[in-house]
Write a protein that binds this ligand. Structure first.
Ligand SMILES: CC(C)(COP(=O)(O)OP(=O)(O)OC[C@H]1O[C@@H](n2cnc3c(N)ncnc32)[C@H](O)[C@@H]1OP(=O)(O)O)[C@@H](O)C(=O)NCCC(=O)NCCS
Length: 221
């Protein structure tokens, strides 16, 4: 078992927390690309482009080049939009972590610390949807500390906090591409209760599904 401890956020963690969040999220670009490539309309567009260029040019080179160019442009565009999303989060609750999470009784931010570095993060704040529910956010574990139970320990910190606050449940959102995170939450005891397609043009086009998970907090005896 690696030597790490879970503790509350301190101001000196600021840069490491933001860096860890951004790196963890940017890992999902390849998985997002594969997801988009599997959408029927994308396959249809690629197949039609290939066939039209093949029949009009009577050469294999042009359609292959065109498809390669389309795929490369798509990869760049997805990477760009994903980076924008990460930037948005960094300018939202992660801009002033102390005020957002440490300034009120119902919120908190924890880090996993090892060798004087932040190797994991998680946050909790009251859910916007349901009173009495706590929202788990910003879960991320540094790559070289994965598979050691750090995320499970961070989840336990949130569940314990929810119990102390008298919350009846901890809820969270994950994207369809975050397979490791889903497995980890299910292992901890979270259960999926809803799937929603992101209600934006891009969300519908790419069939971006947000899964909502809930953990029922046992009452304190
Ligand atoms: C998801 C993530 C937080 C998991 O962190 P972790 O510290 O490696 O997870 P743990 O070691 O606590 O694993 C807990 C359980 O999750 C499951 N799990 C975790 N990673 C897994 C993987 N890559 N494959 C299969 N199962 C996995 C295992 O069942 C494990 O339980 P077990 O060891 O008792 O079998 C980490 O991979 C990460 O930071 N990913 C990038 C950011 C991210 O996706 N955040 C979540 C946003 S919703």
């Amino acid at each position: 078992m690696a030597d790490y401890r879970i503790r509350e956020y301190r101001d000196e963690d600021y840069e490491m927390v933001r860096e860890l969040f951004a790196t963890g999220m940017s890992e999902y670009v390849p998985a997002l690309c594969v997801h988009v490539l599997k959408q029927p309309w994308v396959i249809l567009v690629l197949a039609c482009t290939f066939c039209i260029l093949l029949t009009s040019s009577k050469s294999l080179l042009l359609p292959i080049l065109a498809i390669t160019l389309l795929l490369a442009t798509g990869r760049q565009l997805l990477g760009y939009f994903w980076t924008m999303y990460i930037e948005h989060c960094l300018k939202e609750d992660l801009l002033d972590i102390r005020t957002t999470y440490m300034g009120s009784k119902g919120s908190c931010f924890w880090v996993a610390e090892a060798d004087e570095c932040v190797v994991g993060t998680v946050a909790a704040r009251p859910s916007d949807d349901q009173e009495g529910e706590l929202m788990l956010k910003r879960m991320s574990v540094r790559k070289d500390y994965r598979g050691l139970g750090v995320a499970k320990a961070l989840c336990q910190a949130v569940i314990c906090f929810a119990q102390q606050q008298g919350c009846r449940a901890v809820v969270l959102n994950t994207l369809m591409v975050q397979d490791e995170a889903r497995l980890m939450y299910e292992r901890v005891g979270f259960a999926k209760y809803r799937d929603d397609v992101l209600p934006t043009v891009y969300g519908r086009l790419a069939n971006v599904t947000i899964s909502k998970y809930r953990y029922s907090v046992p009452r304190r005896s």
